[in-house]
Design a protein around this ligand. Structure first.
Ligand code: PRP
Ligand code: URA
Length: 204
């Protein structure tokens, strides 16, 4: 269920994101661009239904997206990945799950949640970093409790440890990522990684 982005532009952008000298303004632009590639990758299998239109010449049976979408960023870093989805899918609903990792224990704490109805939607959870997997599992649990049944997780960088944890807790949830990195360090940061995504995105 792990899908790793396979596009040269993805490899180019992720290297710039990793570069410690990349300033927040550039980092945000790069996050948007890689978000576009990931949004396309994660929605390849969307269902279509017939839609009849009239071209200037004749009637034509074309296609339209069959199922509404919801994008759910995990605050705060996930916010950087919302715009690619709202730009590509203007009708998408947006919900929010606020989680914060404790700096000492690396365990996530929930501090906010605001969700649209999810039962009838393809739900795309966006969070750039999948490290221990604790935040992703907590978010997925919350979305399933809120009625979501068709969920994908979209990340920019994953650790092997985090992928295992999510796959064990939610084996039917596909994970889309731009990079599968080597390992976590003792402080549960991803190596080689790109540091603290939220701090780099917002200059904190
Ligand atoms: C980061 C990241 C994920 C989480 C991943 O958020 O955006 O949500 O860590 O770590 P995990 O897989 O070990 O749970 P953080 O808690 O730093 O909050 P922020 O987005 O507000 O910076
Ligand atoms: N969160 C981040 O922003 N970076 C990591 O490497 C791990 C968790």
């Amino acid at each position: 269920m792990l899908h790793i982005l396979n596009h040269p532009l993805g490899a180019h952008i992720i290297t710039q994101l990793r570069d410690r000298t990349t300033p927040p303004a550039t980092f945000r632009t790069l996050c948007y661009r890689i978000g576009l590639l990931l949004a396309l990758d994660a929605t390849r299998d969307l269902a279509l239904k017939d839609e009849v239109v009239e071209t200037p010449l004749e009637k034509h049976t074309g296609q339209a997206l069959a199922k509404p979408l919801a994008v759910i960023p995990i605050l705060r870093a996930g916010l950087g990945m919302v715009e690619p989805f709202t730009d590509l899918f203007p009708d998408v609903s947006v919900g929010y799950v606020g989680l914060e990792r404790d700096h000492e224990t690396a365990l996530p704490r929930s501090y906010y949640q605001k969700l649209p109805p999810l039962a009838d939607k393809r739900v795309l959870v966006v969070d750039p970093m999948l490290a221990t997997g604790g935040s992703a599992v907590l978010a997925l649990d919350a979305l399933i409790a809120a009625g979501a049944t068709d969920i994908s997780l979209v990340c920019i960088v994953c650790s092997p440890e985090g992928v295992k944890v999510v796959e064990a807790a939610h084996p039917t949830v596909p994970i889309f990522t731009a990079a599968l990195d080597r390992e976590l360090n003792a402080k549960k940061y991803i190596l080689p990684g790109l540091g603290d995504f939220g701090d780099r995105l917002y200059g904190t």
